[in-house]
Design a binder for this molecule. Structure first.
Ligand code: SF4
Length: 427
């Protein structure tokens, strides 16, 4: 299989040449207990007993050899996990960070509708680069600003309507998404996404994102091209489940969260969470954009029993350091692009943080691609370059802090590790 085709199947070559990563594409981060158990079994057998939770609510299996790939893909497919478009120039996994919010079932159903329409759709598998879509209950997380297209419910008396944000993205040149349209009817969303994709594919040189096209032609011209004529209804895709897959928690305490440091979850831990989900949480788990696993209780009466099971599984989260939100990409542990050992740096940073700093949201990316979304954290770290020193080539880090703008900005740049640790100690 060519490199391009591998990517379309959700597979990237790993930094360590003979190994590969398989990304498992989960719409809205939702995975059933049976599926999670299968992923845990595959991780135990093929992926050194660990899975990586991504900041887009997907799961990655690293350390697969070439002969493992078809076996793993077939076993994932047996439990309904298809990874087409999880990497490469396609519509990636659709995220939804709001499944605990009011109206969550409608958001969930919209995510599934988009996922079903574009996953494996050959019309949209040769895009100039990845295309990211998100559905959020509101704009508080700012995640709507980093998608190629994002949908946020708008107040309406006439059916479900959404405000649409377009052309956001992070990476070396972060651009916040702009408000493309207000109050778009849900029925018009698939045609709108199609028009945007057609426009993007026809007019953008690879490997540029949609933000490049909009930067070239301007927001108004882009709006005219994709909204110019009335949006027609497309034939509906295969019937979409309209009920909620994930129980909607009756009370805040009915939401359980397993914090997973640096997104590295042991296969045993995932299997234990699958078991808790099956027993108490309607058989469903959610991988969140903060690389945690969330479970919603079906009945509040089992709260204590479920919490005890969570603690027994190793997710007691007793200290602030265990609970800290710290998004971490694989960095040079596994990623070809990585400039720094992100998990090690994150652990060293957490060891330096005082009580207040542990309350902040943190993120570290192993290169300027910014997969861990450091610009959305209250304190972010980016390994920005390598420089020669006595030990060979060592990373330099930029420290970001959130301010008044849409994204956190660098406040200190070019720090070595010692300088970085000194800087975070003062936060
Ligand atoms: S930010 Fe860079 S190092 Fe980290 S996962 Fe993305 S590409 Fe790899």
């Amino acid at each position: 299989m060519t490199d391009k085709n591998l990517r379309l199947e959700g597979i990237y070559p790993q930094r360590q040449k003979e190994f590969f990563m398989q990304r498992v594409k989960l719409p809205a981060g939702i995975i059933s207990a049976d599926q999670a158990l299968k992923v845990a079994q595959l991780a135990g057998r093929y992926a050194r007993g660990v899975v990586h939770l991504t900041t887009r609510g997907s799961i990655e299996l690293h350390w697969l050899t070439e002969p493992d790939l078809p076996v793993v893909a077939a076993q994932l497919a047996q439990v309904g996990l298809y990874n087409r478009g999880a990497c490469g120039g396609a519509v990636r996994g659709v995220i939804c960070g709001s499944l605990g919010a009011a109206g969550a079932p409608a958001l969930e159903a919209l995510v599934r509708k988009i996922h079903r329409h574009f996953t494996g759709n050959p019309r949209f598998e040769k895009l100039p680069k990845k295309f990211k879509i998100g559905v959020e209950a509101d704009t508080s997380s700012k995640r709507h600003l980093i998608q190629d297209l994002a949908f946020v419910p708008a107040p309406s008396d006439e059916g479900r309507r959404y405000d649409v944000y377009a052309a956001g993205g992070l990476g070396r040149e972060p651009v916040p998404g702009f408000l493309l349209a207000q109050g778009v009817a849900e029925e018009a969303i698939l045609p709108l996404i199609e028009r945007v994709l057609v426009e993007y594919e026809a007019n953008t040189p690879p490997p540029k994102r949609l933000k490049f096209l909009v930067g070239q032609i301007g927001q108004e011209e882009f709006r005219r091209r994709v909204l110019g004529e009335e949006l027609e209804e497309l034939p509906l895709p295969a019937p979409t489940l309209t009920g909620s897959l994930v129980p909607v928690p009756a009370a805040a305490e009915d939401r359980l969260e397993a914090h997973v440091f640096a997104g590295e979850l042991a296969a045993d831990g995932l299997a234990a969470l699958a078991d808790i989900a099956a027993r108490f949480c309607g058989g469903m788990l959610m991988v969140t954009g903060d690389q945690t696993v969330v479970l919603h209780l079906v009945q509040g009466s089992v709260r204590e029993e479920a919490r005890k099971a969570l603690a027994q599984a190793g997710f007691a989260d007793e200290s602030a350091a265990e609970r800290v939100v710290f998004r971490v990409c694989p960095g040079n542990h596994e990623c070809i692009m990585g400039l720094a050992a992100t998990r090690d740096v994150a652990a060293a940073v957490v060891a330096e943080l005082g009580g207040e700093a542990l309350q902040l949201t943190w993120a570290i990316s192993g290169c300027p691609n910014c997969c861990a979304q450091p610009q959305l954290a209250q304190a972010g770290i980016v390994a920005s370059r390598l420089v020669a020193d006595q030990a060979g080539r060592a990373p330099r880090f930029d420290l970001y802090r959130a301010g008044d703008g849409p994204f956190a900005e660098p406040v200190q740049q070019g720090l070595n590790l010692t300088e970085l640790l000194d800087a975070v100690k003062k936060i």
